[in-house]
Design a protein around this ligand. Structure first.
Ligand code: 16G
Ligand code: MG
Length: 546
């Protein structure tokens, strides 16, 4: 034990913490300008090794700052089932990240005691990285942390975030979920995709074509790598593949969602089906321009709607009675929620922003499609649901329609990455659904019309003054804010608005939607002013998000 602490101490001095620097493990891990992060990488390596010892399983650390600018970096920890790591471990990561150099060993020993960790237990950590220039030395720093505690790391090199989540799940389920290699990932997903599209009648080459904006990130490389496994069942044109453009700059899923316009660097003819990944490929949005040149964005809400309609039809055809739902956040467009509840007649659950909240809520159903409007999401199947589907598919005495539906459900399960939202896997699922349903992107877009909406951000001296409830849709503090928002919302038709403190930046975010864009803009501005006045706004008038 003493020797190990000595090793941590020696290694840690090679990754020194700038005195006084403080950073918390936020909604999606640590994220900041790369110049501040070396010590955090090393120390999270230590935390990951401890988490692995405690859970007696492989865990993961992904070095990425997703859709942030190239100059930033960060990391996300991955738990044994490929899910986001439990909150306790996020807390420990924050604790170690912020311990001053001389206090590191004490902080480490505290965790060991609290968790009663057996130090002779082996530790195994999977490590991956995105394409940022700082990511190579950072993933090395994570591995240094792991080895300082005697743990083993496996370096997957350049992978998407969801790919690393997938590897961890495969490893800990002894191959039941798939093979823990990038090749294994492509094989499983693409085979399922090919099986699914066999059920599509005569797709033309045009219908098989998709333009992909790779955000100049790792997703572009991985889509290219995957292409040969698709056996020409899908023709991909990859733009923003990182050869010339800058990561996430004027491209990628987040840029599109916020700016509501096409990325630079993509060739788009009217009606062409296009999609964008983000910098670590865990988000996906679709879009097209119509013959009048108008841009149409199909966001996470539209993706969730298409998937749940498909799943519901299959379950009906299969004669399976399962408890299904869609999980959304407060940002989901009101039209999508209304359509899902009133027309599709499906349970819709709303949770706080952040993937882990949606994921947890989705686990309460047999099948749940969860998506954030920003394009992060997936489908979860309970073990019982998977078993029922499998039993049905293997049942020799059912009719052809039920058999076909059961097999389609099985292949759908296999094309999905259930560990976390996965832009590439979601893309394959959407492409398969459109092909099977012989549906164009225009028809998909027309399922319901989005209510016009506007997002704004307001700088305040302390965003914690805003406290929310009801999945962030209502403010309980400061006094009078919710009453003010309520009276503002009443002025407009089909209106809704909320203010919530960001989990990733020191700001308050405002969302408003209404019948017209003018009303949504006006309402957002009025709510922003109310927040500015009641919650200690700083730095002049509230500004639009972009
Ligand atoms: C992070 C979250 C994303 C959420 C966003 C909200 C993960 C993997 N990512 O990017 O789900 O929508 O934060 O940011 O959980 P905000 O709190 O600043 O609005
Ligand atoms: Mg991302």
């Amino acid at each position: 034990m003493m020797a190990q602490f000595q090793e941590v101490s020696n290694q840690s001095s090679l990754h020194p913490k700038p005195a006084g620097y403080v950073l918390a493990y936020g909604t999606a891990g640590f994220r900041a300008n790369a110049k501040h992060l070396d010590h955090i990488m090393f120390r999270t390596g230590l935390v990951a090794a401890l988490c692995s010892k405690k859970t007696e399983a492989t865990v993961g650390v992904m070095v990425t700052a997703s859709h942030n600018p190239e100059e930033d970096n960060g990391l996300k920890m991955i738990g044994p089932m490929g899910e986001m790591v439990a909150p306790t471990w996020e807390g420990y990561a924050t604790l170690l990240a912020n311990a001053e150099q001389e206090d590191l060993l004490t902080a480490l020993k505290d965790i060991l005691e609290k968790e009663a960790i057996n130090m002779s237990q082996e530790a195994s950590v999977f490590v991956g990285k995105d394409t940022r220039s700082s990511s190579a030395s950072f993933s090395q720093a994570v591995m240094d942390g792991v080895s300082a505690l005697g743990g083993r790391s496996k370096d997957y090199g350049l992978v998407t975030t969801p790919q690393l989540h997938y590897m961890v799940r495969c490893q800990n389920t002894q191959g039941q979920y798939g093979e823990a290699t990038v090749e294994g990932y492509y094989k499983k997903l693409c085979q399922a995709f090919i099986h699914l599209t066999k059920n599509a009648s005569n797709c033309t080459d045009d219908q098989k074509h998709l333009s992909v904006d790779g955000a100049n990130g790792v997703g572009a490389l991985k889509v290219r790598e995957m292409e040969s496994h698709l056996k020409k069942e899908l023709h991909l044109s990859v733009f923003n593949d990182g050869t010339t453009g800058k990561l996430n700059h004027q491209c990628g899923a987040d840029f599109l969602k916020v700016q509501q316009k096409p990325p630079t660097g993509i060739k788009m003819n009217p009606g062409d089906r296009c999609c964008s990944l983000d910098g670590d490929a865990d988000r996906l949005v679709y879009y097209f321009t119509d013959s009048e040149g108008q841009f149409h964005l199909l966001d996470g809400d539209k993706i969730a709607t298409l998937i749940i309609i498909f799943m519901k039809e299959l379950l009906t055809q299969a004669g399976l009675n399962l408890n299904i739902a869609v999980v959304q956040t407060a940002y989901a467009n009101g039209s999508s929620t209304r359509y899902l509840e009133d027309t599709v007649k499906i349970t819709v659950k709303c949770t706080k922003t952040g993937v882990k909240h949606l994921h947890r809520a989705a686990q309460e159903f047999d099948i749940a499609v969860y998506f954030e409007a920003n394009g992060h999401g997936t489908v979860l199947f309970s073990e019982a649901a998977e078993q029922k589907i499998q039993q049905l598919a293997e049942n020799p005495s059912i009719n052809d329609e039920r058999k076909r539906a059961a097999l389609l459900l099985q292949h759908t399960i296999d094309v999905i990455n259930q560990t976390v939202g996965d832009g590439i896997s979601d893309m394959l699922l959407i492409e398969a659904i459109l092909a099977i349903k012989s549906m164009t992107i225009q028809q998909w877009d027309a399922i319901y019309s989005d209510l016009p909406n506007r997002q704004l951000k307001v700088k305040v001296s302390d965003r914690k003054i805003i406290v929310t409830t009801d999945a962030e849709r209502r403010a309980v503090s400061p006094d009078g804010l919710q009453e003010t928002i309520d009276s503002l919302v009443k002025k407009y038709k089909l209106a809704r608005a909320f203010a919530r403190p960001s989990g990733t930046e020191n700001i308050v975010r405002i969302y408003a939607e209404a019948e017209t864009q003018e009303s949504a803009d006006a309402l957002a501005h009025e709510v922003a002013l109310a927040v500015y006045n009641l919650a200690g706004g700083v730095g002049g008038e509230p500004k639009p998000l972009h």
